[in-house]
Design a protein. Structure first.
Ligand code: UDP
Length: 324
């Protein structure tokens, strides 16, 4: 049997590009729809259509022409602070354009779908590590958009309108260990990228947003997952969905948390640069602790992380950053 044909929305972005590389390496045919709005890709694995998802007609034409076996939907806005400033933009793009994409999928009779969800769906979880069964109570519009799409998918799957796997990403970081790909955000907001750019001298100092959280050192704790381990999870999820048609929701994280201060000291150690850090007030919309219970993905997909080390994540990201 020939390998599946896979269409990625946002396949030129940070996570999508790493998944596209791994798919290509594993012999899959990759098609990409991306409007190139938020990243400057250095290399694209797959056939690119530069199209915005709001152009439903163009998307439908591509689906009818290419006939992918499955669609992996990465394209979305991803910044919590921006979602608080511009909520409508987030609902319009992350929910509205996903509905347009699903509508095109239905017309083209394509019913396998992987969704890029987020740990932001949990808000401030009652139990940490948080499992997929926890209540969904997001505390920012970004997280709300992910919950809304998950609800749409859940109801569609119940009515046999779609087969889907929703992957709830924790804090994705790092870069391709081979140095070909990495984050290319035009305006990075994520901690590790900002810390590395500060070490490089691009910013005068790094801000720590909040030192009065109920955590051991007062700063927020996150579960940082290497982008290549996340890419591997996508391949496994896709193969599982195509062979079983069983819809699932899975956490993607290591089950280990690091505080902002721990990340900053690891960045200083890896780079050997003692950059300036300024402690400032809390950033709105940030939960104190987010760490994954990853037992479900490990059991069902037999996912085995290969880069489960904060130092490796930061080393690979630093290597990439130095070439930018
Ligand atoms: N953070 C910080 N300084 C920065 C960027 C982020 O202190 O310049 C903190 C942020 O408040 C949060 C954690 O780092 O507690 C992770 O934030 P990030 O934006 O990387 O990811 P998020 O968890 O929001 O998806």
């Amino acid at each position: 049997m020939s390998k599946a044909k896979v269409l990625l929305t946002g396949g030129a972005g940070y996570i999508g590009s790493h998944v596209a590389k791994l798919l290509t390496r594993n012999g899959y045919e990759v098609i990409i729809i991306d409007n190139l709005s938020s990243s400057n890709p250095r290399k694209i694995y797959g056939k690119l259509y530069k199209v915005d998802l709001k152009e439903e007609k163009s998307v439908l034409e591509i689906l009818r022409k290419e006939r992918p076996d499955i669609v992996l939907h990465f394209a979305a806005f991803i910044s919590v602070p921006e979602s608080l400033e511009k909520p409508f933009l987030y609902y319009e793009n992350n929910v509205g354009n996903t509905i347009k994409l699903l509508s095109a999928l239905r017309k083209a009779e394509i019913n396998n779908f992987l969704f890029s969800s987020s740990a932001a769906v949990y808000g401030i979880p009652d139990v940490v590590p948080v499992s997929e069964a926890a209540e969904l109570k997001p505390i920012n519009p970004y997280g709300e958009t992910k919950v809304m799409v998950e609800k749409i998918l859940r109801d569609m799957a119940k009515a046999q309108e779609i087969n889907y796997i929703s992957l709830r990403y924790f804090n994705v970081a790092g870069a391709d260990p081979e140095g070909e790909l990495g984050p290319t955000y035009k305006q990075p907001t994520h901690l590790i990228i900002r810390a590395l750019k500060t070490a490089k001298g691009e910013y005068p100092y790094l801000e720590i947003f909040g030192t009065d959280y109920p955590t051991p050192d007062g700063t927020c704790i996150r579960d940082y997952i290497h982008v290549m381990d996340l890419a591997e999870a996508h391949i496994l999820a896709m193969e599982y969905l195509l062979s079983t048609r069983e819809s699932l929701v899975l956490n993607c994280g290591y089950g280990k948390g690091f505080s902002v201060r721990e990340v900053v000291s690891t960045v200083k150690k890896v780079t050997g640069i003692d950059f300036k850090v300024v402690e400032t007030k809390r950033r709105a919309g940030d939960p104190p602790v987010l760490v994954a219970d990853n037992s479900k993905i490990k059991k069902i997909l037999k996912w085995e992380p290969k880069y489960d080390s904060l130092e490796t994540i930061i080393k690979n990201a630093w290597h990439w950053e130095l070439k930018q």
